[in-house]
Design a protein around this ligand. Structure first.
Ligand SMILES: [Fe+2]
Ligand SMILES: [Fe+2]
Length: 371
């Protein structure tokens, strides 16, 4: 698109309604553009209207007002209510704080950098999954303005959320497969621990959002697949110990108890910290009698406290060479009894309220009974 294109558009006649976008609204934006003094901008905007990528036009005032958002951009920002506001600065400020805004403002007013800014933006809300965007802002010059600052900017957004999660999952899935190939736990066990943990986190979020401020949509989603990583460190425990058909000796226990630290080391470079919190602390106990660090109460990360409960529930329900599986009712009674000693007593009430879902998850994902 040539920004110097002087083709005159009949603003009132030439604007067709986009699908899913009220005609009146589009006309309104076009009028606003026209007021800015150059009809060529209306041509650019019209071309944006049919682009599949999210793109917006913003003004150069301190608020970086949104002058136009194409339908994909509106849809994207509305998912986070960031589109509610008429200004890019307000949306960013609320979501990301002043630093990013200062960086953007500096970039787009710096002639040496070509009045551009490129970088990552994350829109976070407690009740939504975080939206990770790459934003590319570049100037729109207009002939009539002259001036030494661009009067308008285009902002292209690239939604990285799905890519990033997909990549992270692939990375951890292979690690998980490697560790499970050694451990005598099944893939279904870790899957069930994922499901229980997600269910419990969701129940805490819904029943007592003020008491569990740390839990947001990201937390619920993350624990729903990172809980499976709790025993990844067992990859470092000798096979003769992992597959031993009977009680471990004290020396063997010493080696076994290293798995949380090994797991945390393996996951140390993983971008989501929850993974290593879970690996490191899922054997800690509320009263400080757990391992590896005898952490006490809330010094144990919440994600690990949730996974500990889920993991133990599943272990109690599972047949081992040396024990029969427990019934759902007995397992629940034992866990509730251990609230305040082994488990966070704040979790047990909510656990009780969703215990029937734990039973359903267990039954729907049963291990094949081995002969
Ligand atoms: Fe473990
Ligand atoms: Fe486990």
């Amino acid at each position: 698109m040539d920004m110097r294109d002087r083709d005159v558009i009949d603003l009132d006649m030439d604007v067709e309604a986009d699908e899913g976008r009220p005609e009146e609204e589009l006309r309104d934006s076009v009028r606003k553009m026209a007021l800015l003094g150059d009809r060529a901008i209306a041509t650019i905007m019209k071309s944006y209207a049919s682009l599949p990528e999210p793109v917006a036009i913003i003004g150069n005032g301190p608020a970086l007002d949104f002058l136009y958002q194409n339908p994909p951009c509106k849809a994207l920002l509305e998912r986070y209510h960031a589109g509610e506001t008429r200004s890019f600065a307000a949306a960013l400020w609320r979501q990301m704080g002043p630093q990013i805004l200062a960086a953007i403002k500096h970039g787009i007013s710096d002639p040496a950098g070509g009045f551009m800014w490129k970088g990552d933006i994350a829109f976070k809300r407690r009740d939504k999954l975080t939206l990770d965007l790459k934003a590319h802002i570049f100037p729109l010059w207009m002939e009539s303005e002259g001036g030494n600052r661009p009067p308008l900017y285009s902002v292209y957004f690239d939604d990285m959320t799905t890519d990033r999660h997909g990549f992270q999952r692939l990375y951890l899935d292979s690690l998980l497969k490697a560790s499970l190939s050694k451990d005598n736990e099944t893939g279904l066990h870790v899957q069930r621990v994922n499901f229980y943990s997600r269910r419990l986190a969701l129940a805490l979020y819904e029943s007592e959002p003020e008491a569990w401020r740390e839990i947001d949509r990201d937390f619920i989603e993350d624990i729903g697949w990172l809980a499976a990583m709790h025993d990844v460190g067992k990859i470092g425990v000798p096979e003769r110990i992992l597959s031993k058909n009977g009680p471990l000796t004290e020396d063997e226990w010493v080696e076994m108890r290293e798995h949380p630290i090994t797991g945390a080391l393996i996951l140390a470079s993983f971008p989501n910290r929850m993974a290593q919190d879970i690996a490191r602390s899922h054997h800690e106990r509320w009263n400080g009698s757990g391992y590896p660090f005898n952490l006490l109460e809330t010094a144990i990360p919440l994600s690990a406290r949730i996974v500990a409960m889920s993991d133990v529930y599943d272990a109690l329900r599972t047949r081992r060479p040396y024990k029969e599986p427990m019934s759902h009712g007995t397992a629940v009674t034992m866990i509730v009894k251990d609230g305040g000693s082994h488990f966070d007593p704040g979790l047990t009430k909510t656990f009780l309220s969703v215990a029937s879902d734990f039973a359903a998850i267990h039954d729907a994902n049963r291990d094949e009974e081995r002969a």
